[in-house]
Write a protein that binds this ligand. Structure first.
Ligand code: AMP
Length: 369
């Protein structure tokens, strides 16, 4: 059976690597000639909106999924779903909601999931109003197409906001209050075609310049896990979701405040490859193929460190006892995720010690709570 994946990045590549032991084949669609999944599976090269390529993907594959959410919902609907009645998971409605920060915020509010205070900003007068009603500090973000901190301007003074408008304001924006959080967490779960659902332990995430640097899991007290899992289940049920879904939260004084959701496998779940009975990648495939879901039970206390910009010499990393290295085969570029590494420790304290040591080597200066 062949699974079609729109987007052949590192997430797609890890999906394929998880699917081969299950006897699955993969076919990708991606414009980049050197996309990471191209090293492990065939890729149709062309734009994500190419009608011919989308049709071919839909014809040749039992089910379609995606590893990247900045793809055209309209093109998917027109050329994959309508023309070939192809099954696409996760649902396009969830993809559409996650693509627009305003739709996403409204969804959280409708489902009773606390989120940051926000205003849609489409003109200088709406920006003035947002500044009056929400105040500073805040952050201006593009409603669409932002990732890894791109399309965002921190606002400490009203002047910053006006500069942000000049920089970003050619497209619709959102203004959000700046949350002085105690920490950031995310929760990942999978729901299968049968409605069966499984939820992973909570991830504790550290970002710098909008890019994820470190994830530790399991993380936080049981009350955070319960709350996050409740919010995630609510979204999974709302969309009659199929596949893996992630929600990211800020934690302030024990309260969880939703930042955003991702209708796909997520960087904060990479540790599940070595750190859980069943990885998020395998469970995504099981979910979309209607197979029984695997256990999300952790095998210890994991830390995942992203390798950003360029891969350090692998000898230094591999000399670390029990370290698992993932090289995505990407060309180095500042701010680019080129790989990650994971360690699994027997206790939270030993995991944190190892995470600090690794970060000391890989991202000196980054402080972790
Ligand atoms: P995002 O692209 O919205 O996930 O933002 C990337 C990262 O920037 C987040 O994980 C936070 O570390 C930081 N960030 C974004 N929005 C806010 C906010 N409203 N308050 C505080 N930090 C934020």
């Amino acid at each position: 059976m062949t699974v079609g994946i729109v987007g052949a990045g590192q997430l797609g590549r890890m999906l394929a690597l998880a699917g081969y032991p299950l006897g699955l084949d993969f076919l990708f669609l991606d414009p980049a000639r050197d996309a990471p999944a191209g090293r492990v599976a065939p890729v149709l090269h062309g734009p994500f909106t190419d009608p011919k390529l989308l049709s071919r993907l839909a014809r040749e594959c039992a089910v379609l999924t995606f590893d990247w959410e900045n793809i055209s919902v309209d093109a998917l609907r027109a050329h994959a779903v309508s023309a070939h009645a192809a099954r696409i998971c996760p649902p396009i409605t969830a993809l559409a909601a996650a693509q627009d920060r305003v739709t996403e915020k409204r969804l959280f509010e409708r489902l009773g999931i606390p989120t940051t205070r926000w205003r849609a900003v489409g003109s200088p007068s709406q920006l003035e109003r947002a500044l009056r009603e929400i105040g500073v500090p805040g952050v201006l973000k593009t409603r669409r197409l932002g990732y890894d901190g791109k399309g965002q301007v921190r606002v400490r003074t009203p002047e910053d906001a006006h500069r942000g408008w000049e920089e970003l304001g050619k497209v619709p924006l959102i203004y959000e209050e700046w949350v002085s959080f105690d920490c950031e967490v995310s929760i990942i779960g999978a729901r299968s075609t049968s409605g069966a659902t499984t939820i992973y332990p909570l991830n504790g995430n550290v970002h710098s310049e909008g890019i994820l640097r470190l994830t530790r899991a399991p993380y936080g007290p049981p009350s955070w896990q319960r709350l996050a899992a409740r919010h995630l289940r609510c979204c999974l049920t709302h969309f009659r979701y199929v596949g893996v879904l992630t929600i990211e939260f800020f934690v302030r004084q024990g309260r969880l405040i939703a930042n955003e959701m991702a209708p796909r496998v997520h960087n904060s779940g990479h540790w599940t490859i070595e750190g859980c009975v069943t990885s998020q990648f395998e469970n995504h495939l099981r979910a979309i193929l209607g197979l029984p879901l695997g256990s999300p039970r952790p095998l210890g206390y994991s830390a995942m460190v992203n390798l950003i910009g360029a891969l350090p010499p692998c000898e230094g990393l591999l000399a670390e006892e029990g370290l698992h290295l993932h090289d995505y085969g990407k060309q180095p570029r500042p701010g680019r995720k080129v790989g990650h590494c994971t360690v699994v420790a027997p206790t939270a304290a030993s995991r944190d010690r190892r995470a600090r040591r690794l970060l000391g080597k890989l991202a000196p200066g980054l402080r972790i709570p």
